[in-house]
Design a protein around this ligand. Structure first.
Ligand code: SDX
Length: 431
């Protein structure tokens, strides 16, 4: 028996269906609300609004649960690779060995970037932020790889998906190398996805880069943890822009722009900048926790809090473990890790953070891991974007395949001026 929500407006009763997800979460289906009542809902930031039904990722913010296609993130981080997890997210199932080999061959075969694109990279100002370069270059891919009419829609899609997954990694490394005035390192057919990225970033003619399997595993874990997160800001942007039936490259470029924000994917860079500021100001973490509490101070503790998680972000727990593993393996010490640990300890005991359910999110430790692998800070969010790409693709694909899907166009509540006449210039006054 379908449950109903009862609504009374101006003395009139309305029934709205309640839909229940496969994990028991429930939603009031308001898709007929305006037709039935003439009213719309109002939910700035969509904190109470579901934009779609989805089979891709499940999160439980109260229990700190995250699963991709039903598989817990802890198992994928432990047992899978980023390429295999990308296949899982995009195709809905773990690949057979044959399917995985075929996917890897396609990723290898599409890993080079059109040579003419290099002129774009070398003409960006050296100070350009890599996220701005990445969103431009991803959008430019359509110009360099136009649709071929002879290909079937499925062939075109498969090629576009593997091109994006493979080239985003090559373009990220290219933007870094060119920004440093270094020669571009090409991808190698005998390296895995993550090993290729590290090699393209750090190999030099005078100092061959030695592939460390532990760092390759750490990169895979980093990207698996970032691979999808249901309807976050950047995924919502990909779905919204994609709903206008624009090509996939353009929709992904929109997602990259949204992720750039310091309240979203840009937080991993903002966390390191915050920890470094704390260190430079005498490492008094209590001062910063007090500032984060202070309503008159716009300062927020970067890497803390989450729209959905009201307990520990399960990804942060795994990321923290890998910070230690890599730092121990490389036999380095990072004072920012010590400050992060102290900050976490102080904040988690602070009544304000407890009352507001503020816990470390994935960005709190991810920057420390990337620093230990010598990734420059302005590339942190680019690495997040590489990880989130399979999730964006999977979510875009699901929306395009939804028979109910239509262009996204929210409504509004207007509180501006009521009707008034045009004022001739002669009657206008300066403020
Ligand atoms: C990501 O959505 C996703 O899934 C995102 C992500 C993904 O994988 O895609 O998980 C990746 O973006 C993680 C979040 C990274 N951002 C940060 O670490 C930036 C710092 N965090 C905050 O700005 C904030 O917590 C957000 C943006 C993450 C969430 O904001 P919400 O859900 O809109 O919460 P809010 O801003 O309404 O805050 C609720 C209360 C407020 O206090 P009151 O006015 O109710 O008294 O909590 C306070 C806020 O002031 N608060 C914080 C805080 N975060 C929220 N106070 C101090 N420091 C913080 N970090």
């Amino acid at each position: 028996m379908e449950e109903k929500a009862l609504l009374t407006i101006n003395g009139k009763n309305y029934e709205l269906p309640i839909i229940t997800g496969s994990e028991g979460e429930q939603a009031i289906d308001i898709s007929t609300l305006r037709k039935l009542t003439g009213l719309i809902t109002f939910d700035p930031g969509y904190a109470n609004t579901g934009s779609c039904i989805s089979t891709i990722t499940f999160m439980d913010g109260e229990k700190g649960v995250l699963r991709y296609r039903g598989i817990p993130i802890e198992q994928l981080a432990d047992k899978s690779t980023f390429v295999e997890t990308s296949y899982l997210l995009i195709n809905g199932k773990l690949p057979s060995q044959k399917e995985l080999n075929g996917f890897s061959v396609m990723l290898n075969d599409t890993s080079l970037v059109h040579e003419d694109m290099r002129h774009f990279f070398s003409n960006f100002p050296r100070s350009s932020h890599p996220m701005g370069i990445l969103s431009s270059m991803v959008n430019a891919l359509r110009a360099f790889y136009p649709e071929i009419p002879e290909r079937s829609e499925q062939e075109e899609l498969n090629l576009t998906v593997t091109r994006l997954l493979s080239k985003i990694r090559t373009m990220a490394a290219m933007s870094y190398r060119i920004s440093r005035g270094h020669s571009v390192v090409y991808p190698r057919h005998d390296y895995s996805y993550a090993a290729n990225f590290l090699n393209m970033m750090f190999e030099t003619p005078v100092r061959p880069y030695e592939i460390d399997p532990d760092l390759v595993k750490a990169m895979n874990v980093f990207w698996i943890l970032h691979a999808d997160h249901e309807q976050n800001c950047s995924t919502a942007a990909v779905r919204l822009v994609g709903s206008a039936r624009v090509n996939l490259y353009a929709a992904i470029s929109a997602g990259i722009c949204a992720l750039w924000g310091p309240l979203h994917g840009g937080a991993n860079q903002a966390v390191i900048e915050m920890l470094d500021e704390i260190r430079q100001n005498g490492s008094n973490v209590g001062t910063y926790v007090a500032r984060a509490r202070d309503k008159n101070d716009p300062f927020r503790l970067m890497g803390f809090g989450h729209r959905v998680y009201k307990t520990h972000d399960p990804r942060a727990i795994i990321m923290k473990k890998w910070c230690y593993k890599v730092i121990e393996k490389l036999n380095i010490s990072d004072p920012l890790l010590d400050i992060a640990m102290e900050l976490e300890e102080v904040a988690l005991k602070d009544p304000y953070f407890i009352d507001h359910n503020l816990y470390p999110n994935i960005d709190f430790y991810s920057g420390i891991l990337l620093r230990s692998i010598s990734i420059p800070i302005n590339m942190f969010t680019v690495l997040f974007a590489i990880g989130r790409l399979p999730g964006w693709i999977a979510q875009w694909k699901e929306s395009m395949e939804d028979p109910e899907w239509k262009i996204q166009r929210p409504r509004q509540v207007y509180i501006g001026l009521n009707e008034r006449d045009y004022i001739p210039m002669s009657e206008r006054k300066d403020k």
